[in-house]
Write a protein of this length. Structure first.
Length: 204
C-alpha cells in the first residue's frame, strides 16, 4: 500500500487543508510539533493574497491557517531552488501577511502574530539546525523587543535534508519523525519506519 507524496504542494494542501476532522487533527499535530506549543483550534483561510495596488505581486500561499487568538501561519512546501531568492520571497510573504491585518482604529499593540513556516527539501543554511526561527534583531543579536510574546513577525525554516534518515525511529524526536514521514510516506507500508508510524500514531 502506497500513500500520497506530501512533498507535492497539492497533496500537502489537500491532506492538511481539507475541511474534515482528520485533516484538521493532522494540521494541529503538525503545528504543535514544529511551533512547540499546543494548538487546540485552527481554521484554514483563503490563501490568495489580494493586491492593494496594481504593481504588487499576488502570490497564492500553500496553506494559510489562523488560531483562536488570530495568530496567522502560512505553511509552504518548497521542493527545489528557483531563480527567485527564496528567503527574500518568504520575507515578502511574511511582510504582506503581517501588513494585511485589519488595524483601522486600533493600537499597534493589537497586532497579531504572523508566522511563515517553510519546509525546504534543500539546504539553505550552513549549520546543523533542522529548524531555525528568524526574528528582527540588531547586528549584535539583541532582539528588537524585550519579550518573545511581543515579537509579532517570525520566519521559520525547516530543512528536511538535514534529518538523518538512517537514525532508528526510537531515537528520533517528534520533528524528525514528521519530516521522515513527509520524505517517505509515498512508500507506504513498504517502508519499515513508516509502517511503525502508521501502526503506532493515531494521527498518521
Amino acid at each position: 500500500m502506497r500513500s500520497a507524496n506530501l512533498l507535492n504542494d497539492f497533496a500537502f494542501k489537500y491532506v492538511f487543508g481539507e475541511d474534515c476532522k482528520e485533516a484538521n487533527d493532522a494540521l494541529k499535530s503538525l503545528l504543535t510539533v514544529f511551533l512547540e506549543r499546543k494548538v487546540e483550534h485552527v481554521v484554514v483561510k483563503n490563501s490568495e493574497m489580494v493586491k492593494d495596488y496594481t504593481k504588487m505581486k499576488s502570490p497564492r500561499l500553500d496553506l494559510l491557517v489562523e488560531f483562536d487568538d488570530q495568530t496567522s501561519v502560512d505553511l509552504e512546501m518548497q521542493l527545489r531552488q528557483t531563480k527567485d531568492n527564496l528567503l527574500n520571497r518568504f520575507n515578502y510573504y511574511l511582510a504582506r501577511l503581517h501588513g494585511s491585518q485589519d488595524m483601522e482604529g486600533k493600537s499597534y499593540s493589537q497586532l497579531k502574530e504572523t508566522i511563515v513556516m517553510v519546509f525546504f527539501n534543500l539546504i539553505i543554511a550552513d549549520d546543523d539546525n533542522i529548524c531555525s526561527l528568524y526574528t528582527m534583531r540588531k547586528y549584535s543579536g539583541i532582539p528588537l523587543v524585550k519579550e518573545e510574546k511581543e515579537d509579532r513577525m517570525k520566519l521559520m525554516t525547516i530543512e528536511m535534508p538535514k534529518v538523518d534518515l538512517h537514525k532508528p525511529l526510537e531515537d528520533m524526536n517528534e520533528q524528525e519523525k514528521m519530516i521522515y514521514y513527509f520524505l517517505n510516506c509515498h512508500k507506504g507500508m513498504d517502508d519499515s519506519k513508516i509502517k511503525m508510524m502508521i501502526e503506532s500514531d493515531e494521527i498518521i
